[in-house]
Design a protein around this ligand. Structure first.
Ligand code: FAD
Length: 345
């Protein structure tokens, strides 16, 4: 083996976050291409669950497990990871462009004196030992491809990579001793308020109903919540909706929020600014409802409805509910007729 490709693992109560699996998939591809070992590092408290789930997905697993590490503190985690990475000396250090990676990445890059390319949507190995990385520029209106030397740190958003290349293996498990809390800490976490889950629900949802400023006022939210409910979708939004306090930031799609790739993305009253498109253009099917036929969202939509969403959305809800109840209604006819009914619905 020439060196190591190291992945920073994120988990929630021992369950691996999707970003970890996606980075391990990409990490495996790159490690194979480089002739390197794929390693993963995890830091926290009571890590047995995470260790069990990681141990068959990488060649080596490093962990730092201590009761003091139950609550995330960027200063402490940053120092532990920097000390570990100095010893491991990875050629590529991959982490999520997540809340954790956005905070730790620059701090680690500085401590390790390693260049960091953040928010990468693609990484490829070049023949002459360099890597080509692709990342959004100018608020997502452009994509830049840059060639970088190794060693390199790279952060990537959720869904940029696939977990497919993960290969079953048995990792060497290496415990890194916890150095102990130092007195010189400048930050202490006194209390954790709210949800600290590393991943937003919208990034994992198969179907999203996204609302924009066109909603007009927060009391209209109920209509879109109802649409999301009947379709079994999660509710997402554009930035003005968050800025005006109508929804919390974990619903935000775009450059300053989550990158999403659902099967179906329904944009209601969203104009389609580049910063929003940057977060949802990977959706398999985009359906846009907008009263302005020239709204840029129609440039990325597979299906567009030009109209007032306060007329259109209630019709979708009614039609969907009618079809759903037709699907679930008891059928007394014979088998062939039942199948015909289901096909039509
Ligand atoms: C650095 C930076 C980062 C940013 N990050 C993000 C980000 O992550 N995510 C994000 O979304 N934005 C982001 N923005 C903001 C972005 O530039 C846009 O301002 C924002 O996306 C616009 O949101 P919108 O489409 O909801 O509102 P608008 O642009 O105001 O569009 C509202 C739309 O609603 C339509 N409409 C109005 N009433 C109705 C109706 N009754 N029925 C149907 N349609 C109707 C209008 O025709 C219009 O197209 C960022 C900006 C900057 C500078």
């Amino acid at each position: 083996m020439n060196g190591e490709v190291l992945v920073l693992a994120e988990h929630t109560a021992g369950e691996l976050d999707s970003i970890t699996l996606e980075l391990l998939g990409k990490g495996r591809e790159l490690a194979d291409a480089l002739g390197d070992r794929l390693s993963v590092v995890v830091v926290g408290r009571q890590l047995q669950g995470a260790i069990d789930r990681l141990a068959d997905k990488a060649d080596r697993l490093y962990y730092v497990d201590d009761p003091d590490l139950g609550v995330y503190n960027a200063e402490v985690f940053g120092e532990i990871l920097a000390a570990a990475a100095r010893k491991i000396a990875p050629r590529l250090f991959l982490m999520g462009y997540t809340y954790l990676g956005m905070e730790l990445g620059p701090a680690l890059a500085m401590q390790l004196e390693m260049p960091l390319v953040s928010n990468c949507l693609g990484i490829e190995l070049r023949n002459h030992g360099k890597v080509a990385v692709e990342r959004p520029l100018c608020g997502g209106t452009l994509r830049a491809r840059e060639e970088c030397d190794l060693p390199l740190m790279v952060s990537a958003p959720l869904t940029a990579f696939s977990a497919k290349a993960i290969r079953a293996c048995q990792a060497d498990v290496v415990r890194i001793p916890y150095p102990g809390e130092r007195r010189s800490l400048r930050t202490r976490v006194r209390e954790v308020v709210g949800n600290i889950s590393g991943e937003s629900t919208i990034a994992r949802s198969d179907m999203l109903v996204a609302v924009g400023r066109g909603m007009g006022s927060p009391d209209k939210l109920r209509l879109f919540q109802e649409l999301a409910k009947v379709l079994g979708a999660a509710l997402a939004c554009s930035r003005p909706v968050v800025d005006m306090g109508w929804l919390s930031s974990d619903h935000l799609v775009g450059l300053s929020g989550s990158t999403v790739r659902p099967r179906i993305y329904i944009a209601c009253g969203i104009s389609g600014a580049a910063q929003h498109i940057a977060g949802m253009s990977g959706s398999s099917t985009v359906i846009a409802i907008n009263k302005d036929p020239l709204a840029p969202i129609f440039n990325v939509a597979h299906h567009g409805i030009v109209g007032d969403m306060f007329d259109v959305v209630p019709q979708i809800i009614d039609e969907w509910s009618r079809r759903s109840s037709a699907r679930t209604a008891p059928v007394t006819s014979d088998h062939n007729n039942t199948n015909a009914l289901n096909r039509d619905a």
